[in-house]
Design a protein around this ligand. Structure first.
Ligand code: PHB
Length: 388
């Protein structure tokens, strides 16, 4: 009898030892949000967190059977603090996965730290081309876009409208530079020419001198990347200078996403390209929008969708590895064949771990970025420099 008991205990101990540490303890899955909660991108960070939490809540607070615990760091969209900030999550909090961030410069420092420590990273906004280019890695994914993508779509649209000479204006950092490069590539391939590239430091909003220069140059069109608080100010200043009556303004859709309440009349009629739009009127998007509005008493925007889809992607990967985040190769393999059922419309994940998705041409009508249809279907980032 005693022998049977001992054998039983030995077998039970062996079984326990075969399980990963988190399963033995029934430990929660630690998710670290590294997002801007202050500064020009604060609203974007909050929308991403809301979207992520909504999906987890819809799954009963668990992904792949694991309860989720959240920790947060405000990255202030400050690249000079990014390495310290991401190490708070990696080293101090020892998170299982990092969700972040909005700003491309901060995201590049995060990608470097995630790659070196082999920590799972899902980028829910920042478009830095390098993250799914030269810095791509098996443990790094994006639920949003590359800076090249919406810009390339707009370059095609603007050229096909017959515009020949364009001026670009943006913040001087990775997102602005890469957005302009994507626009220029498509615009010039289709017969247009970018005649001048104007910049100001991030997150400055003293646009007046640059607007005067645009007025004097009289291009056929202006292309811009601005987002958040800066986008609100730019659209208002462009209209206040009377330029909206004379020189058509085009942008990556961030220019008017989550900002229309504050931009009001100044934004009416603006055309932008983005992987999300109002008025899609699909059952999937309608369900998402009403759940979001009910939960947060707010209308969702592209950032909320990207946060929601970061959680969906985490769920797909975790299901494949039964909650064991140490199995990075299996986690990645599942995502590479997945179809993500996004409110934006279904998307797949390319070899460089960036979404392959449709880009809508949107027109501002009242408080909405109304879809006028798809500008470019299933657009994949070229993934230049990604080897894995
Ligand atoms: C970026 O820095 O990559 C960025 C920031 C805000 C946006 C889009 C891209 O809305």
């Amino acid at each position: 009898m005693k022998l049977i008991h001992t054998l039983g205990a030995v077998a039970a101990a062996a079984l326990l030892a075969a399980q990963p540490a988190w399963a033995q303890a029934g430990a929660k899955l630690k998710v670290g949000f590294m997002l801007p909660y202050t500064g020009t991108y604060a609203a974007l960070g909050n929308a991403i967190e809301n979207g992520f939490r909504l999906y987890v809540q819809e799954q009963g607070g668990r992904l792949a059977g694991r309860e989720i615990e959240f920790v947060k760091v405000d990255d202030e969209s400050d690249p000079s603090k990014a390495t310290d900030n991401v190490n708070k999550l990696i080293k101090r909090d020892q998170v299982d996965v990092i969700i972040g961030t909005v700003h491309s410069g901060v995201a590049m420092a995060m990608a470097k730290a995630a790659k070196e420590s082999n920590t799972l990273l899902i980028v829910p906004n920042a478009g830095a081309d390098a993250v799914t280019g030269p810095m791509c890695a098996p443990n790094i994914f994006r639920s949003s876009f590359s800076n090249w993508q919406p810009a390339y779509a707009m370059g095609e649209v603007a050229a096909k409208k017959g515009h020949k000479k364009a001026i670009t204006i943006t913040w001087k950092y990775a997102a602005g530079d890469e957005s302009v490069a994507g626009f220029k590539e498509a615009f010039e391939k289709n017969g247009g020419q970018v005649v001048k590239q104007l910049n100001l430091p991030f997150p400055n909003v003293e646009f007046q001198a640059l607007l005067t220069e645009i007025a004097a140059s009289k291009p056929d069109a202006v292309y811009t990347f601005f987002a958040g608080g800066g986008a609100v100010k730019f659209v208002k200043d462009y209209a206040a200078a009377g330029l909206n009556k004379t020189i058509p303004l085009y942008g990556a859709g961030f220019l008017t996403d989550g900002t229309l309440e504050a931009q009001g009349d100044a934004a009416q009629g603006l055309l932008t390209t983005l992987h999300y739009a109002d008025g899609l009127n699909t059952p999937r998007d309608n369900a998402f929008r009403s759940a979001y509005a009910k939960t947060f008493k707010l209308q969702p925007d592209v950032y909320a969708v990207q946060g929601y889809d970061a959680a969906q992607m985490l769920g797909v990967g975790l299901n494949a590895v039964k909650g064991d985040v140490s199995k990075k190769a299996e986690f990645a393999a599942a995502l590479r064949v997945a179809k993500i059922d996004s409110p934006r419309g279904p998307f797949t994940i390319a070899k460089n771990h960036n979404p392959v998705q449709d880009f809508y041409l949107r027109k501002v009508e009242g408080k909405e970025n109304k879809s006028t249809g798809i500008a470019v279907k299933a657009l994949a980032d070229p993934g230049r420099g990604c080897r894995m």
